[in-house]
Write a protein that binds this ligand. Structure first.
Ligand code: HAM
Length: 427
């Protein structure tokens, strides 16, 4: 049982983080870059609530998954209903599509979302209890073109962020027609070795044998190596779809490797599944993952509708950006700092700053600091210019503008200051 810190200071909950400036600017940069790519691929944004009835995830994400069994933040609300903080976004999107009749409106719908997800797992580097995902769901297309576009979108997002050292892994996890036979094959192959499996895999052997294939425990990995590959058990529909995906990915020069052990940790997948891993992130190397989920919408009572999508972990993507040394153009400095030479000029500085802010990023001293401290503050704020105001300036209506980089000064009539600064800043 984890302990709350005894008395005194209240701290952030383990596995959650505060994102402070200037780190927060990196998130803004990341989000803007991603939105740009998403719009080029024809996606529109959907915003769904961060909590849903628990039933939604039990049914969709799946009763046998670790997420549902061990990781959900579930509680009773004041009305006694079981509510869960979303551990992922796909079930909410499927629910919303049905609830708002979006499936009827057009054949193919492309939706993306950004937002926090919640999973109660053991925190470690790259694994948090609250983390942010970008999800992209493509609904209404059954052919491998949709899967290929989805993989391509994920790759395009990473490339747009300047990442290079990632690897795309693909597999087919079969469908309800062919997977049961493969599950039986796994059970038959491993039955004699059941006693050597870890506790989780012993349970998986009955409930969800495919998950044994991606168990991280060394002894399970050794045992799993004796299981025949799923490719030999796929039905012709799944095989054709998977082959089609591979041909399409090659045609658009998206490099990938086939990974027969890639089974994904959620129950709704059918046919193709994929993950993107980064070589420098250690144990939590998956930047994102997804696949096809042709039965989820019908499972929720909607018109049977094919769908494919993925979610990328934004916290991990930023770690990868750091690891690869991508330069993020942080635009955090202010354009100008209005500096008062004397107390008498403070009110004037306050009003100059207010109107300059119609077009420019401007700071003014609010702490009644000395002239020297104000100049220091201007430097610390990354100001390109200092607009200096004293008795003389107030009398003459001509202000002193100092270029903080060169140290050069100009006298500029008050009415022209905004235009003067904009011209020099190229705005
Ligand atoms: P997922 O593989 O569970 O898929 O999560 C996608 C990504 O979220 C992971 O690859 C990882 O980058 C990030 N992630 C997951 N858990 C954590 C954590 N505890 N801390 C930090 N990052 C994490 C899904 O969520 C599916 N909804 C994807 C999908 C969409 N499939 C179809 N459509």
């Amino acid at each position: 049982m984890e302990q709350k810190p005894a008395g005194g200071r209240i701290q952030a909950i383990r596995g959650t983080r505060d994102i402070l400036p200037p780190e927060s600017s990196k998130w803004l940069w990341l989000e803007q870059k991603c939105r740009d790519v998403l719009s080029r691929f024809g996606y529109s944004e959907i915003r769904t609530p961060i909590f849903e009835y628990t039933e939604l995830f039990n049914k969709g994400t799946g009763e046998t998954t670790e997420i549902v069994q061990k990781q959900m933040y579930t509680f009773l609300d004041r009305g006694g209903r079981s509510i869960t903080l979303r551990p992922e976004g796909t079930p909410s999107v499927a629910r919303a599509l049905i609830e708002h009749g979006l499936l009827r409106r057009s054949k193919v719908t492309k939706l993306y979302y950004f937002g926090p997800m919640f999973r109660h797992d053991r925190p470690q580097a790259g694994r948090y209890r609250q983390f942010d995902q970008l999800g992209a769901e493509l609904i209404g297309a059954a052919g491998p073109e949709a899967d290929a576009e989805s993989v391509h979108l994920h790759v395009a997002l990473l490339r747009a962020l300047g990442l290079r050292e990632f690897a795309v892994k693909v597999n087919s996890v079969g469908c309800p027609d062919c997977r049961p036979a493969y599950s039986s094959l796994i059970r038959d192959t491993l039955r004699d070795k059941a006693s050597e499996l870890c506790e989780d895999c012993t349970e998986r052997l009955e409930k969800n044998p495919l998950r044994i294939l991606d168990c991280k425990v060394e002894s399970c990995r050794r045992i799993a190596a004796s299981v025949p590959l799923i490719s030999g058990s796929l039905c012709s529909d799944c095989r054709e779809h998977y082959e089609g995906l591979k041909v399409l990915l090659k045609s658009i020069e998206v490099e990938f490797e086939e990974d027969p052990g890639l089974v994904r940790g959620l129950d709704y997948y059918t046919k193709a599944a994929f993950e993107i891993h980064h070589g420098r992130l250690g144990a939590q190397s998956a930047l994102g993952g997804g696949g096809r989920y042709d039965n989820l919408i019908a499972l929720y009572g909607g018109e049977p509708t094919p769908a494919v999508g993925f979610a990328a972990g934004l916290d991990r993507i930023l770690l990868a950006v750091e690891e690869e040394g991508v330069k993020i153009p942080l635009d955090v400095g202010v354009d100008a700092y209005v500096v008062a030479i004397s107390d008498a000029a403070r009110a004037k500085c306050f009003s100059i700053a207010s109107w300059l802010r119609q077009d420019l990023r401007v700071e003014v001293d609010l702490a009644r600091r000395s002239l020297q401290s104000q100049m220091k503050a201007a430097g610390a704020a990354g100001a390109r210019f200092a607009v200096i105001v004293g008795e003389d300036e107030m009398k003459s209506g001509v202000l002193t503008v100092r270029d903080m980089t060169s140290g050069g000064q100009e006298k500029v009539p008050e009415v022209d200051v905004s235009g003067y600064l904009k011209r020099l800043l190229g705005k």
